[in-house]
Design a binder for this molecule. Sequence first.
Ligand SMILES: O=C(O)CCC(=O)C(=O)O
Ligand SMILES: [Fe+2]
Length: 326
Amino acid sequence: MPTPKLNTQKPKLSIPIIDLSDPQSTVVDQIHHSASTLGFFQVINHGIPMKVMDHVLSSVKSFHELPETTRMQYYCRDMSHGAGYFTNFDLYESKAAHWRDSLQVRLGPTPPEWEYVPEVCRKALAEWDCEVVNLGEELMGMLSEGLGLERERLKDKSFMDSRNLSGHYYPYCPQPELTIGLKWHTDPGMLTVVLQNEIVGLQVKHGEDWIDVEPVPGGLVINIADMLQILSNDIYKSVEHRVLANPLREPRVSVPYFFGPSKVDTLYGPLPELVAPQKPAIYRQFTLADFMQRYFMEELQGKTVTNYFKVSNAEVTTLGKQVDHT
Ligand SMILES: O=C(O)CCC(=O)C(=O)O
Ligand SMILES: [Fe+2]
């Protein structure tokens, strides 16, 4: 009898789907587990009506499908009015061009000048902002609890008052293997909530593998970003992700909504509650201005920014303060 072949293939990992209508304590555990491992999860039964989600996706899609001359009225590569539209957002800096167009809107702390936001999207995006702010606070509350902190701790405005969204459009790419939709990166802020249509493309790094984030009807993708990894002293993981160029005729539409801090001169670092002599701070303190400057520098060099702010072994710290060896 032939010996049965050992199945050496690894089981296919998938991004967990968390049902927010499950009992709170289960949800907190599941969110804590996903945030500390893959750094990504999806939520369903989050309370945001499907109609609102569909409206956001369809209005973003409509904008990107307007005649070029109409779209170009909104073309703007800086965010001085709180809105911008650009093809290949990092065209002037990146080594590889991205096969994607993006509409970008800053929602907070200062609202956009709405006349600079494409008219077809105004209503849907304003409505989306209200819904996602609530969901974001809810999630932050549960992420706080997962760390054994007061529910309100991470909901603090100083961590989440910057709110931005992108309306990405990934059109059909004739040679998808030769380019990318969006290069690998980590998100700089605290937490990202991604609404995506039914076209797959987003992938998350896990070891040497890339895991597809399969679209789930009514689901929203949540990922931990760099600042939250740092604040949690590496308990939560900000994980690299990318989007493949779209090989399908149907466009891929996605709307990530980014929460983060906004005060450029406030000091950030691991929360003192999460630092103890046996759990020293992994990161030093820094200002948001330092952080953002580094984010773009490291990105250009193909590195993640969090490494840059790590305390070197010689300067192990306790209670978030540098230990003075002199
Ligand atoms: O398009 C997506 O699904 C994700 C986009 C993304 O990762 C980003 O804009 O940071
Ligand atoms: Fe991202």
